[in-house]
Design a protein around this ligand. Structure first.
Ligand code: ADP
Ligand code: ZN
Length: 755
């Protein structure tokens, strides 16, 4: 009897070991310490085998130690991991890494975490005008200073006055800035101390959402969806239901009610969302309903938190898990329901090996566990809707918003007219500017979407027409900041440089900035509405831990009038006070040479328009574009998903793209462009020969759209066919001949993008 062991080292495949005499054979899922070269590593047993040739003729070494008598990772999850490795042509090492909690013996994970907390002092309270009687002396001396207090200082003190135990410093700096805090400390109005933090990721979650009325009446459509899902779950068989409900139709409530029934029947629930930022609200709702047998799993937690949550799930202390794609591997037992919310979202796809799709692995897990899988979306992926139309999935449709709230009224603005009127540098059209104005007067909130970060998207030379490019990647550098803080940065490798004073190619001093991103929109809005409270939400603005949740809660509390952001603002959030959504440019995604460009655009526009009018007041959306007649824009404006599906499916059928065929994307990297192309051509030829009977087709190789990345050149080819296994096996066989080439090759099965 031999053991097949996966060790969490990305480059290592399954290793074979023997079990010394007298040692009980560790079961599948148990941890074992094994010798790997000169090292001792902790791995997981994924299989037992009677045959020894798996070791390839080398002498088989015995394991050093068995750490568990039972499975540490449930056998079901091990099986799922093996399926994932196989399906996505990934290695055992990288797949087991995705499944295990962060390093068990990581010192950092066990060390106590601390954070800085600020609290208001008696003097601070006096300055605010409170406790006048209690501290008359202080009060007299400070009144004059109180009168000259800045708006920001007052805001910070106001926040602290309501929190005698103090408030974490990052939350305050998000309001007032670090120098405001420093000033307040110098004045003696607040103190800052360090305190130990509990590794409970729910801390932030509970303040993020107000409790909802548990007794509110479900709408008729909600009730019938719940009834149907409950009936399906009750069969204890594998089923996939596509819950296609317009934005604001109350899908969350449906998930929660279905989850309640499944829990009551003694089974557990896995709820997946595409973004970390969406977990706190959903987790808080689950806690409100189900008490503390709820855990969170996502990569934004600290190692310690993640580890603690993982162990709770494994111990069976939990029967609801809320998380992002990696939660699909949660060590949860007796799964009866898996919810994949916003199933169309590209974030479910992991962009490093194993390049798995969280939704697709969830379906496989549901199949193995005989569970009900619910895919929810207002804009389903073409794949899922296709399965629903062909009867593979059951479709449940919700056509109305809760309480019959109207969908947002959408206006399309042709930016060619605006450019003719106000010049080609226009950011806000007249219609959008007027609509923002109305919101500011009515004290309602606006969201402005631009799916492009930075201030200017490129710097180009008016003499030679060259652009300033990244030295490592074939893209232009993006300008961040304005004035003195201006820098040029690569969005792929993070290379950063000063914006040069003259053209690096022809030395002419005629450099100009072109294109604009979220930073520029933020600046324009601030300039146009000096009294408005404007903030920005994009990857740059939320880099610091805690910044995103601080921003979200400020917006939710009504402390921001206009929020400018990338697609982050379009996702799944429920902000009842938003009545206007402006899309600064609907065209950002349309120009991309990707077969999903139209689908992505339709989804993004429909989703972002769906953020408006979710409360009592009706919403409006203004979409700025240079292609007002494009079908993805027209149909998003009418919120007509079925028409979009028909139109897009015709395109995919004609061009032979998913969901009509399966796709595999192969990228070969090389030190020179020629080397990459030669290697790709050789590999493509071998794969092509394996499919000579017509089982699949190979297109390419060609230079990848991103021809150079982080200093490496990239060549690409695509495989299209209907038999995914044959396609994958052909690639694996071809790569097995050349381990060196395999290391420079990326194999992406069911790619979400071919850029
Ligand atoms: P979706 O995910 O379908 O876009 P949500 O689940 O976010 O929609 O629900 C939209 C809003 O409607 C939320 O604020 C939610 O609390 C509220 N809601 C859901 N169901 C009901 C109901 N039956 N009655 C009143 N409000 C509801
Ligand atoms: Zn770069």
């Amino acid at each position: 009897m031999f053991l097949l062991v996966a060790v969490p080292v990305p480059t290592l495949d399954l290793l074979t070991y023997s079990v010394p005499d007298g040692v009980e054979v560790p079961p599948i899922g148990a941890r074992v310490v094994v010798p790997v070269g000169a090292r001792q590593l902790t791995g997981v047993v994924v299989d037992h085998t009677a045959r020894s040739e798996a070791a390839g003729g080398k002498a088989i070494k015995p394991i050093r130690q068995a750490l568990d008598a039972g499975p540490f990772v449930p056998a079901e999850v091990i099986g799922l991991a093996r399926w994932t490795a196989e399906h996505y042509a990934a290695g055992a090492g990288e797949t087991i890494t995705a499944v295990l909690p962060p390093k068990t013996r990581n010192a950092r994970a066990d060390a106590h975490k601390t954070r800085r907390v600020a609290a208001i002092t008696a003097a601070g309270l006096a300055v605010r005008g409170e406790r006048l009687g209690a501290t008359p002396d202080v009060h007299h001396g400070l009144l004059a200073i109180g009168a000259t207090m800045t708006e920001k200082q007052r805001e910070v003190l106001d926040r602290l006055a309501g929190a005698p135990a103090g408030v974490p410093v990052p939350e305050l700096t998000a309001r007032g800035g670090a120098d405001t805090i420093a000033r307040l400390v110098r004045n003696g109005w607040l103190t800052v101390r360090r305190e130990q933090v509990d590794r409970d990721p729910f801390e932030g979650a509970l303040v993020a959402s107000e409790p909802i009325d548990l007794n509110r009446e479900p709408t008729r459509e909600q009730a019938s969806a719940v009834a149907r899902l409950t009936a399906l779950a009750g069969r204890r068989e594998f089923h996939v239901a596509l819950l296609h409900g317009v934005t604001g139709s109350g899908k969350t409530e449906i998930y929660l009610q279905a989850a309640a029934t499944v829990r009551a029947s003694g089974r557990s629930v896995l709820m997946m969302v595409p973004e970390i930022a969406l977990t706190p609200v959903l987790a808080a709702l689950c806690r409100q309903r189900f008490g503390d047998r709820v855990a969170i799993q996502h990569s934004g937690l600290s190692d310690g938190e993640r580890h603690d949550q993982w162990q709770r799930i494994r111990r069976g202390a939990v029967d609801v898990v809320v998380g992002t794609r990696s939660a699909v591997f949660a060590p949860l037992d007796r799964v009866g329901l898996i919810v994949v919310d916003e199933e169309h979202d590209a974030s479910y796809k992991q962009e490093d090996s194993p390049r798995y799709h969280g939704r697709d692995v969830a379906i496989v897990r549901g199949h193995r566990a005989k569970a009900l899988v619910v895919l929810g979306s207002a804009t389903p992926s073409l794949e899922s809707y296709h399965h629903a139309m062909t009867g593979k999935y059951e479709r449940i449709t919700i056509e109305r918003r809760v309480l019959d709230r109207p969908m947002a009224a959408v206006t399309i603005v042709d930016m060619r007219d605006e450019y003719a009127e106000a010049g080609p540098d226009t950011v806000l059209s007249r219609a959008l500017a007027a609509a923002i104005d109305v919101r500011l007067t009515r004290r309602e909130q606006s969201l402005l979407l631009l799916n492009r970060r930075g201030f200017a998207t490129s710097v180009f030379c008016r003499q030679c027409a060259g652009t300033v490019e990244c030295p490592n990647c074939s893209v232009s550098l993006v300008v961040h900041g304005d004035g003195a803080s201006r820098r040029a940065r690569c969005h792929y490798c993070n290379y950063t440089a000063r914006v040069p004073p003259a053209c690096p190619l022809c030395a002419a001093p005629y450099l100009e900035q072109a294109g604009f991103g979220t930073e520029r929109v933020e600046a324009e809005v601030k300039r146009a509405y000096p009294a408005a409270r404007v903030a920005r939400m994009d990857r740059d603005a939320v880099r610091r831990k805690g910044a995103l949740s601080a921003l979200l809660s400020r917006f939710r509390d009504g402390d921001i009038d206009v929020l400018v952001g990338t697609q982050m603002i379009a996702k799944g959030h429920d902000f009842p006070r938003v009545t206007l959504v402006g899309v600064i440019s609907a065209d950002v995604g349309l120009g991309m040479a990707d077969f999903r460009a139209a689908e992505r655009t339709f989804q993004l526009l429909t989703q972002v328009a769906g953020r408006a009018g979710r409360g009592e007041r009706p919403g409006e959306a203004v979409i700025q574009t240079l292609y007002p007649d494009h079908y993805s824009i027209q149909l998003a404006c009418r919120q007509d998903y079925p028409a979009f599906y028909d139109r897009e499916l015709r395109f995919r059928t004609a061009m032979r793209y998913p969901p009509i065929v399966c796709l595999v994307n192969i990228v070969v990297r090389g030190r020179t462009f020629g080397a990459a192309m030669d290697d790709a051509a050789g590999l493509a030829e071998r794969v092509r020969r394996a499919g000579a009977d017509g089982a699949f087709r190979v297109l390419g190789p060609a230079p990848a759209p991103l021809g150079k990345l982080r200093g490496e050149y990239r060549a690409q080819f695509l495989i299209k066919g209907v038999n995914r296994k044959r396609m994958r096996d052909a690639v694996r066989t071809a790569l097995a001949l050349s381990p060196d080439l395999a290391r420079r090759t990326t194999v992406d099965i069911d790619p979400i993008s071919v850029l």
